[in-house]
Design a protein around this ligand. Structure first.
Ligand code: 5MM
Length: 341
């Protein structure tokens, strides 16, 4: 099968509109159960449907959100009024996407390290997802930082899987989001995070090259370069921006159209401030710098909703506000004072 670059380029163009980013709503059932539990919501199929319907029908969301990553169940779900959930997004001009990895498993022989699975049968699954309306996909690799890790073989195994996934996506007409996440867990310094991120991204782009992935037709979803969450010396948004951009300018080719950062456990305001700092003077960078946040967009929504339909409107307002602030951060126009408006 030959790759239709035109179709992929159109999807990339819609996803990388300046001032917009991606909402990661692709939590698997165990993960969304954990998020629901924190706000005392029982995790039933109906509760998951109601919550995702609330997110996707937020009035005006398309002004700041260009794409949403869905979980398998959500892509196939219908709203209470019988509209397919991906269609709620399309109606707002938002591109539906799908998480296609099958989670991580321990890497044999490498204690503390993991590899992501899901390549078997991927082409067939993607072709089904395409028929259901998905136009892009996501695969997450997880790199832990600690004593003696990450190792080269673990980085190589994850980079290879990411690149194979990306090549299969492009062949099936879906834009791959390539997500190598260097975890914030641990007490590592900003310098260690920069060193690990550089090594991981170098391996990922080498693997993407080897697998003949068209860099113009993919998006990168990395972690920002930050100190570990338990590091006694934390970093300002300016320090995070400098460390991240210094690292990325060395290893992320200019052909990549967009970098959509994950939030990785940062609070919502820190994730927005860090993104904003990266976008000050962004005309000097070759890529669009945006977001693909899960928790940093959804935490205030879950707190406002708490499973009560009566709270739907305030929960949607919380999502709209967070999306708007991150839209401003994509243009370097966010200030902390905007949090209170
Ligand atoms: C790293 O997580 C991704 C971005 O979310 P954050 O901004 O909260 O870090 C997110 O897409 C993540 O991959 C999914 O929520 C993962 O869910 P599962 O259940 O696969 O771990």
């Amino acid at each position: 099968m030959s790759i239709s670059l035109e179709k992929l380029e159109q999807t990339v163009a819609e996803l990388t509109v300046r001032g917009k980013g991606i909402l990661a709503a692709d939590e698997s059932t165990p993960t969304i159960e954990k998020r629901f539990k924190a706000v005392n919501v029982t995790c039933t199929v109906e509760a998951r449907r109601d919550y995702r319907e609330l997110l996707f029908s937020t009035p005006g969301l398309g002004a700041f959100i260009s794409g949403v990553i869905l979980f398998d169940e959500t892509l196939k779900q219908k709203s209470v009024t019988d509209v397919a959930l991906p269609q709620l997004l399309a109606a707002q001009g938002i591109v539906p996407g799908i998480k296609v990895d099958m989670g991580t498993v321990p890497l044999p022989g490498f204690p503390g390290e993991k590899v992501t699975q899901g390549l078997d049968g991927l082409a067939l699954r993607l072709s089904e997802y395409g028929k259901l309306g998905a136009r892009f996909a996501k695969w997450r690799a997880v790199i832990a930082v600690g004593a003696g890790i990450p190792t080269h073989p673990a980085i190589a195994a994850n980079a290879h899987a990411l690149a194979r996934y990306a090549a299969i996506c492009q062949e099936q007409g879906l834009v791959p989001i390539v997500e190598p996440e260097v975890l914030m867990d641990g007490d590592h310094t900003l310098e260690t995070s920069a060193h690990v991120s550089e090594e991981v991204l170098h391996a990922v782009f080498d693997a993407l090259y080897q697998q003949r992935v068209a860099l113009e037709c993919m998006l990168l979803k990395p972690s920002m370069v930050t100190p570990g969450s338990a590091c006694p010396t934390q970093a300002t948004p300016q320090q995070v921006a400098l460390a991240t951009l210094t690292c990325f300018r060395r290893v992320v080719p200019a052909a990549v159209p967009g970098i959509n950062f994950l939030s990785g456990g940062q609070t919502e305001s820190v994730a927005t401030a860090n993104l904003n700092a990266m976008n000050i003077g962004a005309e000097r960078q070759p890529w669009a710098l945006s977001f693909s946040y899960g928790r940093a967009l959804q935490a205030p929504v879950l707190k406002a909703w708490r499973g009560e339909s009566a709270n739907k409107m305030i929960a949607q307002q919380a999502l709209y506000q967070r999306a708007q602030l991150n839209g401003a951060a994509c243009q370097g126009r966010y200030t902390a004072a905007m949090e209170n408006t």
